[in-house]
Design a protein around this ligand. Structure first.
Ligand SMILES: NC(=O)c1ccc[n+]([C@@H]2O[C@H](COP(=O)([O-])OP(=O)(O)OC[C@H]3O[C@@H](n4cnc5c(N)ncnc54)[C@H](OP(=O)(O)O)[C@@H]3O)[C@@H](O)[C@H]2O)c1
Length: 323
């Protein structure tokens, strides 16, 4: 019935037709704001939500596909009786005093967030199904970043760090400032989301995160950082070469148990499934009481609009169909 961006919204309580949604999507792709589209109204996301909630909507669901700190807005939506679907990791990983999942549970509302980890891959679904069937998850480990997966796969092929990072930027795999990816913060958020599902009770601040950005380059401008990247090539070549001499490859991984969450570089044996990971693929390895000797492995594209949208749509359909 409605779509919201940073400055406005389009809403029709009778529903937006597919044709209208396609037109709105095109306009956003062309850089237009919703307020400038046909039927667009100005307003903050909070005002837009209040306006929509004032109508007697049947089984409303708010879908958060922003990258912002939206906890307050999500709490509002829950208070208005909405269920939630999230692709946005931040409200789940950077919980403040009012955790979204706890607020939802307290209000009898449901939250689905498959796309927060591994995009469209059935990662959250797998965790939920294992637990529902009485299995105990002992450990989840893997490579949950397409960007860092690509970078380390290229390094393994002997490519220079600056060259591999430049190519990742050209292909649109990184955030505009690649330090966002290289800092490991995004992987840490995904690790926190998974860890909470297996009983870990810590916060993002408790996660050991290994950043790939050298200390002196963390606070300089983006341009200064990019200019300094080639100075890191020799050290990376030596590190990758040393691992190769031991028959191993370097990968950026998250390791999650109920007691500990670690995010950083791991040396994996060349025969390990992670060593043969390609392109921007993600991989998740579940070691459980039932899948102990031969863990359950999920591998596949972990980013991109089409697969992410499919994950979001599946969540919406699950909520719509379950009531
Ligand atoms: N792309 C992927 O492959 C992928 C995969 C898995 C998960 N995700 C997650 O999906 C989310 C979106 O990713 P993206 O690449 O599409 O990001 P993006 O290009 O930055 O788009 C974010 C959109 O959210 C809008 N927005 C921001 N804050 C808002 C608010 N408070 N209320 C309403 N709208 C707001 C922005 O509006 P304006 O247009 O007005 O600025 C923009 O249209 C992120 O959390 C990302 O981590 C993405």
């Amino acid at each position: 019935v409605g779509v919201i961006d940073s400055h406005g919204y389009v809403f029709d309580a009778r529903g937006l037709t597919p044709r209208r949604l396609v037109a709105l999507s095109r306009a956003k792709q062309e850089g237009k704001a919703l307020v400038d589209c046909t039927g667009g109204r100005a307003g903050t996301p909070g005002e837009a939500l209040a306006q929509m909630a004032a109508h007697a909507l049947e089984r409303p669901i708010l879908v958060d596909v922003t990258a912002g700190e939206t906890t307050a807005l999500l709490s509002e939506a829950l208070a208005h009786g909405m269920d939630l679907v999230l692709a946005n990791k931040r409200p789940l990983a950077e919980e403040g005093p009012e955790p979204v999942l706890a607020t939802a549970a307290g209000r009898g509302r449901r939250v689905r967030h498959e796309a927060t980890v591994g995009a469209g891959l059935p990662v959250i679904d797998t965790v939920a199904k294992l637990r529902e069937s009485g299995d105990t998850i002992l450990k989840i480990s893997g490579s949950p970043s397409g960007t860092l997966g690509y970078l380390f796969a290229e390094l393994s092929r002997g490519r220079a760090f600056s060259d591999a990072l430049g190519e990742a930027m050209r292909l649109g795999y990184t955030e505009p400032d690649p330090r966002e990816d290289l800092s490991g913060a995004d992987v840490a958020r995904k690790a926190v989301i998974l860890a909470r599902m297996v009983g870990w009770t810590g916060t993002l601040a408790d996660v050991q995160v290994e950043s790939l950005v050298p200390e002196p380059l963390r606070d300089v401008s983006r341009d200064a950082f990019l200019a300094a990247v080639p100075t890191m090539d020799a050290a990376w070549a030596a590190r990758v070469g040393a691992a190769r001499a031991r028959g191993a490859a370097l990968r950026y991984t998250a390791d999650v148990t109920a007691k500990r969450v670690r995010v950083g570089i791991t040396e994996v044996d060349m025969t390990h499934p992670l060593a043969s990971l390609n392109g921007t693929d993600n991989q998740f390895v579940f070691t459980t009481r039932r899948y102990r000797d031969r863990p359950l492995v999920i591998t596949g594209p972990g980013a991109g609009p089409a697969v992410t949208a499919a994950g979001v749509l599946n969540d919406v359909l699950a909520l719509a169909g379950a009531r």
